[in-house]
Design a protein around this ligand. Sequence first.
Ligand code: AMP
Length: 399
Amino acid sequence: MSTFRSIENADVAGKRVLVRADMNVPMQDGAVSDATRLERVLPTIRSLTSRGARVVLLSHFARPKGKRVPDMSLKPVAEKLDELLPEIPVRFAADCIGSEAEQAVGALADGAVLVLENTRFHPGEEANDPGFTAELARLGDMFVNDAFSVSHRANASTVGIAGALPAYAGLQMAAEVDALTRVLEHPERPVGAVVGGAKVSTKISVLTNLVKKLDCVIIGGGMANTFLHARGVDVGKSLCEPDLADTAREIMKAAEDTGCEVLLPSDVVVAKEFAAGAANEVRALDDVPADSMILDVGPETCAALKSRLTDLKTLLWNGPLGAFEIDPFGEGTFGLARAAAKLTKEGRLTTVAGGGDTVAALNEAGVTGDFTYVSTAGGAFLEWLEGKELPGVAALRVA
Ligand code: AMP
């Protein structure tokens, strides 16, 4: 298996190290409202600065489409980073290439940090333009990618530059790839996955890949309704994609061929409206009222899934089992998440979860810290689950 160059063994003292981070953080009223992504890159920054590197941070922010959009500046993000790193000076340059960037990089002291302006202010970033890549590369002696979450995009700051400078994996990137490889490529078996969320249409390739590789797949959320429908269950007014019934049947057939068990709900929680506190009841599958929708898995399903978890050694999780944002339809997701967290704490299960909604659900269940690894990546995490090689990761591999 190919590996990465690790920053831990690199001689970085006095070097200008270009670090691709994911600083595309949620903002409100011009200030960072959730710094999770910034916190995740701190270990790499500290590892480099503590050894005398001059760290130059690169990131995109939002979608300015190749133009300078003042509201999409990384300046407030640099200010937040300065707060998070009180022991390290953090400066900001108002461009990521050209004389302004070059002067700011030239003025950097050993052990200091510079944040460059949004790479997407230049069209060359998303076009992975060689000219733009060369301008970025002039600013560094080596490149470190610590942004797994954008490694599904072949941009100048993720892929182009990895070919122009000696390229290394940051600590977060290495941990993320290691966790995902451990679950999908070399898992301790039996290995299962929870795949939930709204629609089958967004996760067909994920399901198709997972049933080939895993011992069991638990399907929940709105997408379970399409599978139930494909099995002849009347799902009433539930979110369902009847056009994908054949696809659901093909996935179930593929699972049967490879000996992967597909687990669907056996009872469900239904309500007449998609609203917090809506009157709800538990129903058997053959008893879903025509005017109601399925919004969560039922208690019998929950108990069966919890028991199934105790047979597994490895669990991957993407997507909620129900409409968890709306009380009380998060019970199935939270209950199963707590059971998985408990088994992890007891050393009986390795748990790797990812995706925006999944992280929100695990946070709400209070178990994020108890899982073995939780990825904040959305699109990149899903593409990895689809079995695709991510260009940003591939560009870092050494044969
Ligand atoms: P995804 O982005 O595909 O992971 O989907 C997450 C969304 O699926 C969440 O906003 C949930 O509220 C929604 N969801 C989960 N289960 C259901 C359900 N049974 N009916 C409608 N929406 C659901």
